[in-house]
Design a protein around this ligand. Structure first.
Ligand SMILES: CC(C)(COP(=O)(O)OP(=O)(O)OC[C@H]1O[C@@H](n2cnc3c(N)ncnc32)[C@H](O)[C@@H]1OP(=O)(O)O)[C@@H](O)C(=O)NCCC(=O)NCCS
Length: 151
């Protein structure tokens, strides 16, 4: 049986739906204009997942030399819990590694247990806390790092 999931690079025509998912996933969402400008920038990887041909998720990675940051990853609300986020995360780790990233960082809300566990299972380690980093509601961010060297 073929999987309904496919992963590909984001294009400009994906931006409205990506921005819509963003507003449902984050309390201070990025605008369509932000996604469009990221598509123009070098050193930024924007990926989407399709589920049965529909846009289901996206992820963004930026890199400077051998350091990278996994900026946003979100799955459409009604399609969560089917392994889409996990598969997209695996792809982003591979993309990072292939582009020469050796240290990958991300921030996650303290209360986002599902995401924190997903990252911990992939070998991300907590290296710090940013106090009051998030708004709506105000909350600390855990800063995580994964070393990709030899991974
Ligand atoms: C976090 C998020 C990206 C995960 O995507 P998803 O497609 O729902 O997650 P998956 O179905 O791939 O599950 C991820 C992992 O959690 C586990 N999981 C999923 N639902 C679970 C549940 N209800 N209870 C326990 N574990 C669960 C899966 O087994 C999977 O484990 P794995 O990493 O070992 O494969 C998604 O929930 C989301 O978009 N959340 C809102 C935005 C967000 O918080 N982004 C992260 C910001 S740092």
């Amino acid at each position: 049986m073929t999987s309904p999931l496919s992963l590909r690079a984001m294009t400009a025509s994906d931006v409205p739906e990506v921005a819509r998912i963003e507003t449902t996933a984050f309390s201070t969402p990025w605008s369509e204009a932000t996604f469009r400008s990221l598509l123009e920038r070098s050193g930024v990887e924007l990926w989407v997942a399709e589920w049965g041909g529909e846009l289901a998720a996206y992820a963004i990675l930026w890199r400077v030399r051998d350091e990278g940051e996994l900026a946003n990853i979100a799955v459409r609300g009604d399609l969560r819990g089917r392994g889409i986020g996990s598969r997209l995360l695996s792809r982003m780790l591979k993309v990072a590694e292939d582009s020469g990233v050796r240290s990958l960082y991300l921030e996650v809300r303290e209360s986002n247990e599902l995401a924190r566990e997903m990252y911990a299972r992939r070998g991300f380690q907590e290296i710090g806390v940013r106090k009051g980093y998030y708004e709506g509601p105000r909350e600390d961010a855990r800063v995580l790092k994964k070393s990709l060297e030899g991974a």
